[in-house]
Write a protein that binds this ligand. Sequence first.
Ligand SMILES: [Zn+2]
Ligand SMILES: [Zn+2]
Length: 240
Amino acid sequence: MANHLSKPSHTTERKGSASGSEAIDDYLKAIFQLGGPPEDLVSSTEIAIHLSITPASVTNMLQKLAAQEPPLVIYKKHHGVKLSRSGKKRALEIVRHHRLIETFLHQVLDYPWDEVHQEAERLEHFISERFEERIAAKLGHPEFDPHGHAIPAMDGSLPHQQPRSLSQLRPGQSAKVSSVSDKDPEMLRYLAAQGIRPGVRLTLSEQLPFKGAYQVRIGTSTKSALLSHSLAEAISVAVK
Ligand SMILES: [Zn+2]
Ligand SMILES: [Zn+2]
């Protein structure tokens, strides 16, 4: 691998307006998250919904990203889009910033876990590579953020995970929470109040039909919680 590829380069790439570069970051991150580990093609509609913008402006931006030198995405009209090598590298850098910032805010500045995502969404675009390294060192190079999401290493590598949502468990089955979605602060507060966080073992005691409530037992206690379908979908578990 050429030497310049192994070094963070976006600080020099960002010559346009700050907002232009932030918008690019958000697109790359969205494609990265929606495509998942198999790196499937992502449709413009999915991106539009994810970023709450019109499909027309998504198409526009995807064409721009594909025309960059080197291209940041591979865009097949009517089929969808995926990240190119440099697009993926940049997406992973932003994800690393995001998750490190969340961990820093939570561990060092005592932010509750439901407040760190919004701050990180803003700050992720602006921190320097030096600042990022200092945060990582201060925290002892953490592997996971407060929501249980893996923090990409400096070289962009991520541990291999096969996330499965709690909604996929069968009654009687038990699993450990690996991560929870960090998008909705209210949901995070609810889960915290129930004692549900990464590392906690849950047993699905009952699931009402037609996507009804999920009743889970928490840890080895007799305490249980009722979760809606969307909550169950927002919790990733590892079955072991
Ligand atoms: Zn977040
Ligand atoms: Zn997070």
